[in-house]
Design a protein around this ligand. Structure first.
Ligand SMILES: [Zn+2]
Length: 335
């Protein structure tokens, strides 16, 4: 069985795991992401070297006589941003300054002398759930990962679905409000401007004045918090306040759920998935947004399609990207 390496290259941390057998992974390890492309290549070289050590990866207990670990045969690198079918990271790659629109897979392959595939991190996180996590019993799965932005992933009929030029799954850029809030993609009214972290905080600040004290009700504690210092509001505070029944927080999450339902409803009608996997930093704060979305889906989805869909949060958590990368490297290598 060949050894493969999965690396999730994030803006602040590099996470990685080694796989020496189909469903076995070494514990996901983490190190800080260096700031320059040259240092990142060196950090990845260090990981490739470490993966050759006998203790890295499952099935290499010296007691079983397999003390000389096999060098990794393939590497898959997960990264934020759009990765096209040539392994170029489209546009500005915040985590790889200077590497935007360059063939990162080729650069690494040459520097490290190992086949390298580059893939979008959200796609890989969903792939991990599909092969080894919460979605392993499902055939058609949509992933929605809500953090700073919203990433999507599709696994259909047993395979990752990448679409023409690898550009499928961008649910965060589905238009939910015509001529709405400007988005980083250059258009307006995209889902992630309403339901991801920055959008939740913006909507919270916009709605806060309506939740000040009135004759009919006391001021919402979250509204008071926003009024005192709007600039330091965090997404975690909104989610905590929602948990405590704060009316402003409920309105913010409710509006985000409405926007999610508009986008996801069309996706469900188009693809008829049996499972939607929710993940990402905002979901780690609790299932409130998933529940708000579920509640608001019926007006947007054909009843038959909706009745067949289940919803879950991603239990592999922050290590899923590295695990998905290792699984993807294995399948790419064996293909
Ligand atoms: Zn957009």
């Amino acid at each position: 069985m060949s050894t493969v390496l999965g690396i999730d290259l994030g803006g602040s941390a590099i996470k990685w795991t080694v796989s020496r057998a189909d469903a076995e992974f070494a514990p996901v390890e983490t190190r800080p992401t260096p700031s320059s492309p040259e240092e990142i290549v060196e950090a990845i070289r260090g990981i490739v070297d470490a993966a050759r050590e006998p203790h890295a990866g499952a099935g290499t207990d010296p007691a079983d006589g397999d003390s000389a670990a096999e060098a990794p045969r393939a590497l898959c690198l997960g990264t934020p941003g759009l990765v096209d079918d040539q392994g170029h990271i489209r546009g500005a790659a915040a985590n790889l300054p200077g590497w935007g629109n360059r063939p990162v897979g080729e650069i690494l392959s040459e520097a490290l002398d190992i086949p390298v595939t580059v893939q979008n991190d959200t796609t890989l996180a969903l792939f991990a759930e599909y092969r080894a996590g919460s979605a392993r019993d499902a055939r058609n799965v949509v992933g929605v990962f809500i953090g700073t932005g919203i990433g999507g992933g599709l696994c259909l009929d047993g395979e990752v679905y990448l679409g023409h030029r690898n550009l499928a799954g961008e649910i965060g850029h589905v238009t939910v409000v015509p001529n709405g809030a400007p988005c980083g993609c250059g258009r307006r009214g995209c889902l992630e401007r309403y339901a991801a972290a920055v959008g939740l905080r913006r909507v919270c600040r916009e709605l806060a004045p309506a939740y000040s004290a009135s004759e009919r009700r006391p001021e919402s504690p979250l509204a008071a918090r926003v009024k005192a210092d709007p600039g330091t509001l965090t997404t975690g505070e909104i989610l905590e306040a929602e948990d405590e029944g704060d009316p402003l927080a409920s309105a913010v999450i409710g509006q985000a759920g409405e926007m999610m339902a508009r986008a996801l409803g069309s996706v469900i009608n188009t693809l008829a998935p049996e499972l939607i996997v929710f993940g990402g930093g905002v979901m780690e704060g609790g299932p409130a947004l998933m529940e708000a979305t579920r509640l608001r889906l019926p007006p947007y989805v054909l009843a038959d399609a909706l009745s067949g869909v289940s919803f879950t949060t991603a239990p592999l958590g922050p290590g899923a990207g590295a695990i998905g990368a290792a699984l993807y490297a294995r399948e790419a290598w064996e293909r």
